[in-house]
Design a binder for this molecule. Structure first.
Ligand code: PMV
Length: 308
């Protein structure tokens, strides 16, 4: 059985600014997506949840059209001719809440196809095929999600330099709360672009400041200075809220996380709904935070971010 895996991710600092070339600090989750490849008469994609079924040839079912298109773009990154593969996908994180579910899926599918073609070592090909998939859903993805889904660990990502690993000495402990409101990355990125057009320098200044926070957070992580990282997360939440990307329920979750003793908390991903990430001092505190936030969220989970 040929398999491929992609990891989910959480952006600790820097979403949206990363679209404009600034760095973002992000960490891979230990959960993501797993693809299983088998031979088939036509190229097709199936999922356990039936949310994601697609064929290379368009199925003429409107609901499936975008997935068909993304699947076709991904396959064509490998070959213009049919490969004869059936890909079964299992998603282990909630989709559409800023945890990189679609990038994890794109990387899992690409990694399985690369293995099938004997090209597992060609990471650039795997990443670019997953980006072709992402573009159909997100328009102009910065690439941070696919980079984390592929490389894992913790890193600074910017569009020029790509992924640069940040060494962390100890595992990080976080809680993630899904506010329950689905969000569209494409729409949120477009909203920021519109605001930038209308407000110009003021928005650029905010994006620059967010990029600086990401760099500061990476240095803090190198020094295992969680207090500084937490402060940067709080400041980042304030700046994202200033861009209109938070919601009353994300703000309430952020306040609750800080009241419960989180070192920092912010919305994560595109905002406008989706999830909040809270930084904890320990596994026990991350679990306690997840429990405390559960009354305000659709679902909560604690995660350990490993140093690799
Ligand atoms: O919501 P997500 O997980 O797709 O993250 C989006 C991050 C953005 O910076 C808003 C967009 C991007 O392409 O980097």
């Amino acid at each position: 059985m040929i398999q491929g895996r992609g990891r989910g991710k959480v952006i600790l600092l820097g979403e949206h600014a990363v679209v404009y070339g600034y760095p973002a600090l992000a960490a891979a989750l230990d959960r993501g997506a797993e693809a299983e490849l088998s031979a088939s008469s036509d190229d097709r994609l199936v999922s356990a949840t039936a949310l994601l079924n697609a064929r290379r040839k368009h199925s003429h079912d409107e609901k499936c059209e975008q997935i068909d298109e993304a699947f076709t773009a991904l396959l064509e990154s490998f070959s213009a001719i049919p490969l004869g593969v059936c890909l079964k996908i299992q998603l282990e994180i909630p989709p559409g809440v800023g945890l990189g579910g679609s990038a994890a899926t794109g990387i899992a599918l690409s990694a399985a196809i690369a293995a099938h073609l004997g090209r597992s070592g060609d990471l650039a090909l795997i990443e670019s095929a997953a980006l072709a998939w992402e573009r159909v859903f997100h328009g102009t993805p910065s690439g941070v999600d696919t980079a984390l889904a592929l490389h894992g660990g913790v890193g600074l990502f910017d569009k020029m330099r790509g992924f640069q690993r940040v060494d962390i000495k100890e595992p990080l402990h976080i809680a993630i709360a899904n506010s329950g409101a689905k969000t569209s990355t494409r729409e949120m990125v477009e909203a920021v672009a519109l605001r930038r057009e209308q407000e110009g320098e003021a928005v650029d200044e905010i994006l620059r400041s967010i990029g600086l926070l990401a760099k500061r957070g990476a240095l803090a992580l190198n020094d295992n200075d969680l207090l500084t990282l937490g402060e940067a997360m709080n400041e980042n939440h304030r700046l994202l809220a200033g861009l209109g990307l938070s919601t009353p329920s994300l703000d309430a979750l952020q306040r609750a996380a800080l009241n419960e003793g989180a070192l920092g908390a912010k919305l994560t991903g595109s905002g406008g709904g989706g999830a909040l990430v809270a930084l904890a001092r320990s596994r026990e505190q991350a679990e306690a935070l997840a429990l405390a936030l559960s009354s305000l969220a659709l679902e909560t989970s604690s995660y350990e971010i490993k140093p690799w």
